[in-house]
Design a binder for this molecule. Structure first.
Ligand code: SF4
Length: 364
């Protein structure tokens, strides 16, 4: 691996993408970007990253941000425990480190929600620590390079890769280059040794050393055991609206999508008649009921398969229905975090969720 270090750094300097978080050495900014980038594409993260830092420019701001606002800033990124953990870590930083990110990998990794990967990404770039940052992209490149058939879903495989990269960095990477080396490996996986489709081996600085390229076994690596089948849940989503307001309810404070807001829904696929009965049970009178297209949303262990109805309500009064709130649409758009699982239905009532909406707000 050591003869590959210099070509890898050179390749990165010449080919890296221009991304907002590459222009900073602020550990808070790098932390925000790294947490957002877990499970989300770079292009989608950019507007979220800019909005988050505009609104919460310091760790102190993150520590005191009200929960609904925090979730709204994360709306559409999914895995909401990530941002809740960031806030927990921010509180620890305020209490024990005077609002400044601790300056050693050991202390950073002790913060809530920060694992070896994020620690390596921050500590190598900001403090020059020789700590690797091994994510899925890096694992893929390494297993192809070495034709390693270990299951990349196993913690052991990741630990071995971390140990390998720690040795490589300590033997052949300077402290000044530690962050660049980590970013180079991630960039190689994200843009050249790609997960879906053909890797661009002819542009790869590792081509001459790569076992999978030499033996035509690229398709074999990385090896990943098949995940367990997801549980399927069927739901009927109800878009209940009067002239300018839509009914929302708050999800429980624990479990999937805890604390976010959603449109009311019923288990299974219900008939129009059952839908009408439900609306009446809320204390409202339906004027018009229209069936909506189906939608699907995949979580890590569950898959929602949804049908829906759009229901125009007769005068629904003060705004509080049994178990639900009638909220003006502009307030929902501004203040109420709704999970991306409902995106297709939200669009039907002119509400936007996701990177496109954030881009619009940021005028990008
Ligand atoms: S040569 Fe191809 S398979 Fe090997 S690391 Fe480079 S891009 Fe990946």
């Amino acid at each position: 691996m050591n003869p590959l270090i210099e070509p890898t750094l050179r390749w990165f300097r010449e080919n890296q993408r221009d991304l907002p978080w590459r222009h900073t050495k602020d550990p808070y900014h790098i932390w925000v970007s790294e947490i957002m980038l877990q499970q989300t594409r770079v292009e989608a993260v950019i507007p979220y990253y800019q909005r988050f830092l505009r609104e919460l420019p310091t760790i102190a701001d993150l520590a005191v941000c009200p929960e609904d606002r925090l979730l709204k800033l994360w709306e559409g990124l999914g895995y909401y425990s990530r941002v809740r953990n960031m806030q927990k870590a921010a509180l620890v930083i305020m209490e024990h480190y005077n609002g400044r990110m601790p300056e050693s990998g050991r202390e950073i990794q002790a913060l809530p929600g920060i694992g070896a990967y994020t620690t390596g990404a921050i500590a190598s770039r900001v403090y020059g620590e020789l700590l690797p940052a091994v994510d899925g992209n890096v694992l893929r490149v390494l297993t192809r390079l070495s034709e390693d058939d270990s299951d990349i879903a196993k913690e052991r495989t990741k630990k071995d890769a971390i140990a390998w990269m720690t040795d490589v960095m300590q033997d052949g990477v300077s402290s000044e280059e530690a962050g660049t080396f980590n970013q180079a490996l991630m960039e190689l996986g994200a843009t050249v040794c790609v997960p879906n489709g053909e890797p661009r081996c002819l542009e790869c600085p590792w081509q001459d050393a790569c076992g999978a390229y030499a033996h035509g076994t690229i398709d074999v690596y990385p090896v990943k055991a098949k995940a367990k089948a997801r549980r399927i849940e069927e739901k009927t989503i109800l878009l209940l609206q009067d002239d300018n307001r839509v009914v929302l309810r708050k999800r429980p404070s624990r479990g999937l999508l805890a604390g976010l807001y959603e449109f009311p829904w019923l288990e299974g696929y219900v008939s129009r008649k059952e839908c009408v009965a439900f609306v009446r049970s809320l204390g409202a009178e339906p004027l018009h009921v229209e069936a909506l297209p189906e939608a699907k949303h995949i979580f890590s262990h569950v898959e929602w398969r949804m049908k829906g109805y759009l229901v125009k309500l007769a005068d629904a009064g003060a705004g509080c229905l049994n178990g639900g709130l009638l909220v003006p649409k502009d307030e929902i758009q501004r203040d109420y975090p709704i999970p991306a699982a409902f995106e297709k239905y939200a669009r039907i009532v002119q509400l936007g969720i996701g990177a496109e909406e954030v881009r619009k707000q940021m005028d990008l």
